[in-house]
Design a protein around this ligand. Structure first.
Ligand code: C2E
Ligand code: CA
Ligand code: CA
Length: 731
C-alpha cells in the first residue's frame, strides 16, 4: 500500500536515516527485539491510518520533490489514482474571493518556497463537470537526510458545504443585497486597507461621496418598491460610468461612495463627477412611470485632504454638504475654506439660539407694488439679524443654518406672530407676505400655529399670504395635501415662492391651491440683457399663472429697463429695489400714517451685471525666490497678476495658488507692475464655479519644501515687489 510510503515519512524522526527506513519497512519482524517493538508500533500506526482513510473524514496526499502528486487517498474522490503524477498546483487553486482576506502569497509561491501549509482552503479543479469541491489542505515539506527537499506530505478534508456557506455569508457581509454594490462594512475595510498601503509612498486616493437629490420624494410618492427599483437602476448607471476606475459602495439609504485608488488628477475626477451626475439625472422608467432625481457629489483626495479614513471621509462629506448647499446637481472638491465655513456655521448656529432671547432679530418689510398705478398692495416680511459682534447677517446665510438645526421652527413661529401683529395695524387693503420654511411647514403643529397667530393678532386671514417654496413637496403627498386643505380652511392665501428656480414641476401648480406665483429674481437679473430667454420665461410663467387664475409678483426689479421688460411681458405686481428695499416697521407705520401708499420707481436706467473683481493673494516663485503678489483675473489657461515690476515676457514662473496648488507658468505680457501669465497645464473646474489645479503637491512634499526653503539661503531677488491695494483693503 502506498500509505506506507506516507507513514514512513510522517513516522521518521530526524535522527533516523535511510537505513532505518528499511527496517521499518520490513513486514516480517525478522530484526531484533528493539526492531520488533518498533515494528508493532508501526503496524498499529498503519492500522490507524487505514481506518482514518476509510472513515472518510480526511484523506492523505503526498508529492515528489517536483510537486507532482505521488499519493492521494482513494477515498478523496472518484478516480483519485488518476491524479497521481500530476502537478498539485495544476489541480487546485486558491479562492480569489477568499473571505478570510488571507490572500497573502499565491499558492504556487508557497509551494515552490516549500512553506508549511495549514488548513488552506483550495478549490479542486481536477474534477470533471461542474462539481465544485473545496478542500482544506494541510501539509509539510519533508527533507532527505542531506537536507534536500523531497516533497510534501499531508492531509486534506472536503469542506465544500461549510465553505460555500461561509462564502455566501461573507458575500452578504460585503455586498448590499439591494444593488449588488459593496456595502458600508466592505467599503470601510477597503478604504482603510488602501490608505494604509498608500501611506508610506504618499500615493493618492480619490474618494467621492454621492447623495441623491429628491430620492425621498420618489420613495414617498411612488412607494418603497419603486424606490428600491430606482436604487438598483442608479447602481447600474454608476457601474457603467465608473467601470474599473474605482470601487462603488452603497453606504445606506441613497448615499453612495466611490473609492478611486491612484487618482490624483482633479481634472479627470471632476469630469467623472460631472458625468456621474449627468447620468444619474436622466429620467428613470419604473413600472411604466417616469421618475426624475438628481445627485450631488463631494470629492476629497488623500493624502492632501486627509490621510486616514476618518479624516478623508469627513472632508468628502463636507464637500458633499457644500455641493448640496450650492444648489444641488453639482460636485464640489474639498478645500480648507469649506472647513472654515463649517466652523463658522456651527458658531452662528450657537449664536442664533441666543439671538431670539437677546432680541437681535427684527422683521423688515418690503413693499409689493402694483405697476399700473404704483400703489403698495402688500409687504413681505423679511428677517434681519443684527449680530452683537458681527453686525448684520443675511437671512440667506442664517435661515439655512436654522433649518438644519430645526431652530427655524421657533424662529419662524416668532416671525409669523410678529408679522401678523404688525400688519393688523395697517389698512385693510394691504396684504402681508410671510416666508415659511419647508421645515416649519412639515412641523405637525404648523397649521395650529397659523390659526393661533391670526387669532392673537386679529389679522383677517385673507390678508395673510404664506410664501412656500417647492421644498414643501419633498414629503409624503398626503400630509402635504392635508396641510394645504387645512390652511385653505383657515382662509389664508398661499404663494409659491422662487418659481422657476427649482424643478418647477407643473404638477405642483395643478395639485396645490396657490393664489400667487412669485417669479424668481434670477430671470429678472438677465431679462434686460441680451438674454432673450429670461424674458420669454417670464412671459410664459405669467401666462401660465393667468390661465390657472393665479396672481403673479415679479421679484428683484432694480432698473428701469427691467421694469419695462416685465411690464411688456404682462407683469402686474413687482417687488424690488426700484420701488423700495425692506424697511423697519416704524418706517412702514410712518408711511401708513401719512397715507403715502404710493411709491414712484427710482433706480438706474439700465441694469448692470455686477462683476466681482478677483482679489486673491498668491505667491510667485522664480529662481528660488518667493514674491507676494495679487491675482486680478483667473481663467483656465492663465492669470493677470499685479505686484511685480520689470518681469520680461518669456520668464518662467511658478504661481502658488495655495494649498499645494502650484501652476507652472510663462509670462506672456508685462506692463508696469502687471503681468499676464499662461499656465503650462490648464486649470480645471472646482465644481463651485471656481478653478483649481489638477494636481497638488502632497502635504508631505509641501512640508519638505517649506523646511528646505527655510534652511536654504534665499534665492536672488530679481524683480521689484510693489504694494498692491485691493478692494478688501479698503474694507
Ligand atoms: P425671498 O423670499 O426670495 O425674499 C426676497 C429676497 O430678495 C430678499 O432677500 C430681498 O431683500 C431681496 N430683494 C428684494 N428686492 C431685490 C432686488 O431688487 N434685487 C435683489 N438683488 N434682491 C432683492 P433677503 O431679505 O436677503 O432674504 C433672503 C431669503 O431669506 C428670502 O428670499 C427667504 O427665502 C429667506 N427669508 C427671509 N426672511 C425669512 C423668514 O422670516 N422666514 C423664512 N423661512 N425665510 C426667510
Ligand atoms: Ca419670499
Ligand atoms: Ca423669492
Amino acid at each position: 500500500m502506498v500509505v506506507r510510503g506516507i507513514l514512513k515519512g510522517l513516522a521518521r524522526s530526524p535522527t533516523q536515516g535511510r537505513s532505518g527506513d528499511k527496517a521499518l519497512l520490513s513486514p516480517t519482524g525478522s530484526a531484533s527485539v528493539r526492531h520488533s517493538s518498533a515494528n508493532s508500533d508501526m503496524l498499529a500506526r498503519q492500522a490507524v491510518l487505514d481506518e482514518f482513510e476509510q472513515a472518510g473524514f480526511s484523506w492523505l496526499w503526498s508529492t515528489d520533490s517536483e510537486g507532482r502528486l505521488s499519493y492521494i487517498s482513494p477515498g478523496a474522490m472518484a478516480k483519485a489514482p488518476a491524479l497521481v503524477g500530476k502537478l498539485l498546483t495544476s489541480v487546485i487553486e486558491t479562492d480569489p474571493e477568499n473571505p478570510d482576506e488571507r490572500s497573502g502569497r499565491p499558492l504556487t509561491f508557497q509551494i515552490s518556497a516549500h512553506c508549511r501549509i495549514s488548513d488552506l482552503v483550495v478549490r479542486f479543479t481536477g474534477a470533471a463537470g461542474n462539481d465544485l469541491r473545496w478542500w482544506a489542505l494541510s501539509g509539510q515539506p519533508y527533507m532527505l537526510p542531506d537536507g534536500t527537499f523531497a516533497g510534501y506530505r499531508g492531509f486534506a478534508r472536503d469542506v465544500t458545504s461549510e465553505y460555500r456557506r461561509k462564502r455566501e455569508d461573507s458575500r452578504a457581509a460585503a455586498f448590499d443585497s439591494l444593488t449588488g454594490l459593496f456595502n458600508r462594512h466592505r467599503m470601510t475595510g477597503r478604504l482603510d486597507a488602501v490608505l494604509a498601503a498608500f501611506r508610506p509612498t504618499g500615493q493618492c486616493c480619490g474618494l467621492m461621496m454621492m447623495d441623491l437629490d429628491r430620492f425621498k420624494h420618489v420613495n414617498d410618492t411612488m412607494g418603497h418598491p419603486a424606490g428600491d427599483e430606482l436604487l438598483r437602476q442608479v447602481a447600474d448607471r454608476l457601474r457603467t460610468v465608473v467601470g474599473d476606475r474605482g470601487e462603488i459602495g452603497r453606504m445606506g439609504g441613497d448615499e453612495f461612495q466611490i473609492i478611486m485608488p491612484n487618482f490624483d488628477d482633479r481634472g479627470q475626477m471632476g469630469e467623472l463627477a460631472a458625468k456621474l451626475i449627468q447620468m444619474v439625472s436622466q429620467p428613470y422608467a419604473i413600472d411604466g412611470k417616469r421618475a426624475v432625481i438628481g445627485a450631488s457629489l463631494g470629492i476629497a483626495v488623500a493624502p492632501h485632504d486627509g490621510d486616514t479614513r476618518e479624516a478623508l471621509v469627513a472632508s468628502a462629506d463636507l464637500a458633499l454638504y457644500a455641493a448640496k448647499n450650492g444648489g444641488r446637481g453639482q460636485f464640489r472638491f474639498f478645500s480648507s475654506e469649506l472647513q472654515d465655513e463649517a466652523m463658522e456655521r456651527s458658531v452662528l448656529n450657537h449664536d442664533l439660539r441666543e439671538a431670539l432671547v437677546r432680541e437681535e432679530l427684527e422683521l423688515h418689510y418690503q413693499p409689493v407694488v402694483r405697476i399700473d398705478d404704483n400703489m403698495v398692495v402688500g409687504f413681505e416680511a423679511l428677517m434681519r439679524w443684527n449680530h452683537s459682534e458681527r453686525g448684520a447677517i443675511s437671512p440667506s446665510v442664517f435661515i439655512p443654518i436654522a433649518e438644519e438645526s430645526n431652530l427655524i421652527v421657533p424662529l419662524g413661529d416668532w416671525a409669523l406672530r410678529q408679522a401678523c401683529t404688525d400688519a393688523a395695524k395697517w389698512p385693510q387693503s394691504v396684504r402681508l407676505g410671510v416666508n415659511i420654511s419647508s421645515v416649519q411647514f412639515a412641523n405637525p403643529s404648523f397649521v395650529a400655529t397659523v390659526a393661533d397667530a391670526l387669532e392673537q393678532s386679529g389679522l383677517e386671514p385673507q390678508r395673510l399670504e404664506l410664501e412656500l417654496t417647492e421644498n414643501v413637496f419633498m414629503r409624503d403627498t398626503e400630509l402635504v395635501d392635508e396641510a394645504f386643505a387645512a390652511l385653505k380652511g383657515l382662509g389664508v392665501r398661499l404663494a409659491l415662492d422662487d418659481f422657476g428656480s427649482g424643478y418647477s414641476s407643473l404638477r405642483y401648480l395643478q395639485s396645490a391651491p396657490f393664489d400667487t406665483l412669485k417669479v424668481d429674481r434670477s430671470f429678472v437679473a438677465t431679462c434686460a440683457a441680451d438674454d432673450q430667454n429670461s424674458a420669454k420665461i417670464i412671459s410664459a410663467i405669467i401666462g401660465l399663472a393667468d390661465a390657472l387664475g393665479m396672481e403673479t409678483t415679479v421679484e428683484g426689479v432694480e432698473a428701469f429697463d427691467q421694469l419695462e421688460v416685465v411690464r411688456d411681458r404682462g407683469a402686474k405686481q413687482v417687488q424690488g429695489h426700484i420701488f423700495a428695499n425692506a424697511i423697519p416697521v416704524v418706517e412702514v407705520n410712518r408711511h401708513m400714517e401719512s397715507g403715502a401708499l404710493k411709491i414712484e420707481p427710482n433706480g438706474p436706467s439700465r441694469h448692470r451685471i455686477e462683476r466681482r473683481a478677483v482679489f486673491r493673494r498668491v505667491g510667485i516663485i522664480h529662481d528660488d525666490h518667493r514674491y507676494e503678489a495679487v491675482m486680478r483675473d483667473l481663467s483656465r489657461v492663465g492669470a493677470r497678476i499685479d505686484g511685480l515690476l520689470g518681469v520680461p515676457v518669456g520668464t518662467n514662473l511658478v504661481v502658488d495658488l495655495g494649498g499645494g496648488q502650484l501652476a507652472v507658468s510663462v509670462v506672456t505680457r508685462s506692463q508696469g507692475p502687471v503681468i499676464g501669465v499662461e499656465f503650462e497645464t490648464p486649470l480645471t473646474s472646482d465644481g463651485a464655479g471656481g478653478l483649481c489645479t489638477r494636481h497638488r503637491l502632497s502635504p508631505m512634499m509641501l512640508a519638505v519644501a517649506n523646511a528646505a526653503s527655510e534652511a536654504a539661503p534665499k534665492g536672488r531677488q530679481q524683480f521689484m515687489e510693489v504694494a498692491v491695494r485691493g478692494s478688501r483693503d479698503h474694507g
